[in-house]
Design a protein around this ligand. Sequence first.
Ligand code: FES
Length: 105
Amino acid sequence: MKVTYVSSEGDETVIDLKGGVTIQEGAIQNLVDGIDADCGGGMSCATCHVFVDSKWVDRVGPPTALESDMLSAIPGSNETSRLSCQISMSSDLDGLVVHMPEEQY
Ligand code: FES
C-alpha cells in the first residue's frame, strides 16, 4: 500500500508500506526527511507532525482528544494536522498523501 510524503518544498516520495505500519515508521525506515519522531512513536514528542492531504482527511479520521491537545500546541498546526505515529497504514489508506511541515516542533 502506498503513501506519498510531500516535503515542504513540494518534493514527493512514494513509499510502499505494509498494513499496520505507521506513517511515522514508514518515513523513518525509508529515510524520508521531514519527520523527526524523537519519541519513536510513543506519542509524547509531537515531532512527527504531518498535514493530511485535504482529499484524505475524512478517510484518515480525526485525532483522539489527547492527540488533538498535542497538535494544538504545535505552531502552524491546523485542522488537517495529525501525528503520523497515530496513523497506521491499511487498505483504506492505500494512496494516502501527507504533507510535511517546514520544520518539526
Ligand atoms: Fe513522537 Fe509521534 S513520534 S509523537
